[in-house]
Design a protein around this ligand. Sequence first.
Ligand code: ZN
Length: 53
Amino acid sequence: MNICSEAHTPVYKITYKGAKGSKYKPEWLVCENCHEKKYFGAFDVVLNIEKLY
Ligand SMILES: [Zn+2]
């Protein structure tokens, strides 16, 4: 599981579509602040955004 920053409190769990042909779907725990910056890792296709609280 990836996290935007160890010092932040995650609010969203974002699941991205993995690389083509890969079954791995990167999951990121992201805080409210970083969520607005939108992109994490090299993945730009969002499959699901789940609010944790
Ligand atoms: Zn953050």
